[in-house]
Design a protein around this ligand. Structure first.
Ligand code: MG
Length: 271
């Protein structure tokens, strides 16, 4: 009797193990390429009362609204403090050539002071379902990138955030360096002028291009997907453009209107 139970149990156990492996592989592949189009709030969710672009409140609102991701921009001060800000300047002060002390008390449109990357990542940790889309602002200065990249990796690793972060940049050298240092990281180039296959050869596994680039090169979506690469379109704010990008099959819609994009995606899946 014991023997027959064992014989009956063993194939069941093997089947269970096999199914678990399939589920695990599906989870891993979801990390790389989430199913269906996803919405990324551009500079956080800022177009609402009390929020501001690249503020902690914009990140909090993106997390509270349950969007897939929240994009933000990072600059490095002259004394190696990573701060969250879109432009190279903050209140007319060139961030790269000034210390954190010189900018730390100036405020954003909602009254917050400029967030440090540390404060931003600490808040992000409170939203475990949110994905970060991390843009390093760089003009391709190799000395600047050699300081910024190891520092930002250290801060992501300290908080176990590598898997929850997509790295994006207009700097091809920054994208290449990030892909070289962390091959498993999702790295998407922003420039718009390079075909997916060429980027793939550089170790870069995604394109994050202005939607007009996808209009000019609709074939790049299929090319990227055939190579296992992600397609992210920015900054897609109007219904017509969002619908156009969804029809093309891009994976991420980066937008200042994340609630509209969510509604349009939900409307399509309900049909
Ligand atoms: Mg950006």
């Amino acid at each position: 009797m014991k023997f027959s139970i064992f014989v009956a149990y063993k194939p069941f156990a093997m089947k269970k193990l096999f199914l678990s492996a399939i589920v695990l592989m599906a989870v891993i592949s979801c990390k790389q390429q989430p199913a269906g189009p996803q919405v990324v709030a551009h500079r956080g969710y800022w177009d609402i009362e009390g929020s501001a672009q690249n503020s902690l409140e914009a990140l909090r609102q993106a997390g509270e609204h349950g969007f897939y991701g929240s994009e933000f921009d990072v600059n490095l001060t002259s004394d190696d403090v990573l701060v969250v800000n879109h432009d190279f300047t903050f209140h007319d002060i060139l961030i790269a050539e000034n210390t954190y002390e010189a900018i730390k008390d100036s405020t954003l449109a909602n009254g917050e002071v400029i967030p440090t990357l540390d404060s931003y990542l600490d808040l992000f940790c409170e939203y475990p379902d949110l994905q970060l889309v991390f843009e390093l602002k760089s003009e391709g200065d190799s000395a600047y990138e050699a300081r910024a990249i190891p520092l930002l990796i250290e801060k992501l690793e300290q908080r176990n955030l590598i898997e929850r972060t997509d790295f994006i940049s207009f700097s091809l050298t920054a994208c290449q360096e990030m892909a070289r240092r962390i091959p498993a990281m999702m790295v998407e180039y922003l420039g718009g002028e390079i075909a997916p296959a060429e980027l793939k050869e550089m170790g870069i596994n995604g394109i994050d291009y202005h939607y007009t680039v996808f209009e000019k090169h609709p074939e790049w979506v299929e090319e990227a997907h055939s190579l296992g690469m992600i397609c992210n379109a920015w900054t897609v704010n109007k219904e017509e453009q969002i619908t156009e990008m969804l029809d093309m099959g891009v994976d991420f819609i980066t937008t200042n209107a994340p609630e509209l994009a969510e509604q349009l995606i939900a409307g399509r899946s309900a049909k």
